[in-house]
Design a protein around this ligand. Sequence first.
Ligand SMILES: Nc1ncnc2c1ncn2[C@@H]1O[C@H](COP(=O)(O)OS(=O)(=O)O)[C@@H](OP(=O)(O)O)[C@H]1O
Length: 294
Amino acid sequence: MALTTAGTQPLLGEVAGIPLPATTVDNWHQIQGFKAQPDDLLICTYPKSGTTWIQEIVDLIEHSGDVDKCQRAAIQHRHPFLEWARPPQPSGVEKARAMPRPRVLRTHLPAQLLPPSFWESNCKFLYVARNAKDCLVSYYHFQRMNRTLPDPGTWDQYFETFISGKVAWGSWFEHVRGWWELRDNVQMLFLFYEDIKRDPKQEIQKVMKFMEKNLDGAVLDTIVQETTFEKMKANPMTNRSAPKTILDQSISPFMRKGIMGDWKNHFTVAQNERFDEIYRQKMKGTSINFCTEL
Ligand SMILES: Nc1ncnc2c1ncn2[C@@H]1O[C@H](COP(=O)(O)OS(=O)(=O)O)[C@@H](OP(=O)(O)O)[C@H]1O
């Protein structure tokens, strides 16, 4: 079903009630048939949760802190995005199939829509969650500048769209809950954007351990320095570039602020109270604990 259109082209469709880019829906059969391998590492995130950040961290760890090797391609081309499908370019699935193993892959899919072979493969999952209010703010500005997603409308309109889960990749609440509840059943490292921000060294060490890479302190320091917001914004290989017809960075930069608590500059008092109430309802019974002193 088309949810929003640009001209005559629907931008979003749906799979099992979850809004997804229409191009992803069109390619759904290929995505669901994807064959995961036991040595795959899948980076999983809800949009705007720090995907690009963790990709650069993982890439630097994989290449033992060799900064030049991580300049080999723009970040969006290093780790195939499973649901990417924009013919005539190769799809994310096709890129992943053509890639040497072990592979690092990435997805925003909610757990219930992941190709089933991932659950049979015993591969590793690296999930990064970011607090919902900052995700909402970041996603709003992203939709303002991303021509492949629906126009977000006004801030107040987008607030409603986000809390009702009518954004691409669906509800933040269901996404985070869904992955959190699986964390003990599979090989998963579950990280928080806010923790990486507050103590990057400690969180990067967790990723190193998870990837079974034993790197010395100098390499760790390099990775911490290379993955600051300022460094990644200034690095053309991590500051996501794309034609203006896709990402118009004159409207809002991809590397926008990279901070915790920007929601305070956007939410009204009434919106904040309403959001907290919805959060309590939707996250009731889960043990997930987000940093609240933002
Ligand atoms: N190194 C580093 N440190 C802190 N924050 C960072 C970093 N790299 C990216 N970012 C911020 O992450 C937001 C983009 O999230 P994603 O990469 O998940 O976006 S996407 O879903 O892949 O489009 C977006 O957040 P906002 O600035 O709040 O919009 C980016 O600025």
